[in-house]
Design a protein around this ligand. Structure first.
Ligand SMILES: *Cc1c(COP(=O)(O)O)cnc(C)c1O
Length: 229
């Protein structure tokens, strides 16, 4: 199937549900991305700052860019002028830098807190206790050049759908708990970035509001490129 047909298929599956499709274009060429843009789709996810900035510079300016990969504090400044949403915030230090760069650019930067839910040790994100500990503190509350819009997670890389279903179900409960305890008065804390090519249907069943899809649209990336950083 063509890129266009793959995107169409996923959009049909989403139907009228409030789920945003983020086309993960990491490692894809500008020409391939232009094919996507021709279909009318404007929302892209990248996982490396350099690639993200280069593509932003070269492609039309009305696209919506999502940073979905591990982000080092010293690189926030490169994406702060244009980024739509940072999915992968995993420390208070990074939040502070995002606030600083938001202020420098006079933009309020939207972000999600990434939570580690997978069995693999290598995945980034806050441990549950770590996140609660940060939210119990006061420091994050003064960071007014950013908005925490919700949570993000990556499931264990397994063909066993039962494990993924359990991880997503638990994560959804955790999200609801965090929302009630720390964002009760905040209407803007309502995003759950959950689901990739292999598990987006399970993610949508569990309340995902944003799915991040690459290989189901473009085909498999060369294996050396498959990494979460
Ligand atoms: C690469 C990547 C995706 C997309 O993965 P596919 O399996 O190709 O759909 C989604 N989320 C993150 C964080 C990624 O790094």
């Amino acid at each position: 199937m063509s890129i266009e047909e793959n995107i169409d298929k996923i959009k049909k599956e989403i139907g009228s549900q409030k789920v945003k499709l983020i086309v993960v274009s990491k490692t894809q060429s500008l020409e391939t991305m232009e094919e996507v843009i021709c279909t009318g789709h404007k929302i892209f996810g990248e996982n490396q700052v350099q690639e993200l900035v280069e593509k932003w510079e070269k492609l039309p300016k009305d696209l919506e860019w999502h940073m979905i990969g591990h982000l080092q504090s010293n690189k926030v400044k490169f994406i702060a002028p244009f980024i739509h949403l940072i999915h992968s915030v995993d420390s208070l230090k990074l939040l502070k830098e995002i606030h600083k760069q938001g202020k420098a650019n006079n933009r309020i930067l939207d972000c999600l807190l990434q939570v580690h839910i997978a069995e693999e040790e290598t995945k980034f994100g806050f441990a549950h206790e770590e996140l609660i500990e940060m939210l119990n503190g006061d420091e994050w509350k003064d960071l007014n050049y950013l908005r925490i819009r919700g949570l993000m997670a990556i499931a264990t890389n397994t063909p066993n759908e039962k494990i993924i279903q359990e991880e997503f179900y638990e994560f959804r409960s955790f999200f609801e708990g965090v929302k009630l305890s720390y964002f009760r008065k905040n209407e803007e804390f309502n995003e759950l970035s959950l689901g990739m090519s292999t598990d987006y249907k399970i993610a949508i069943q569990n309340g995902s509001t944003m799915i991040r899809i690459g290989s189901s649209i473009f085909g498999k990336r060369p294996s050396k490129e498959i990494k979460t950083e």
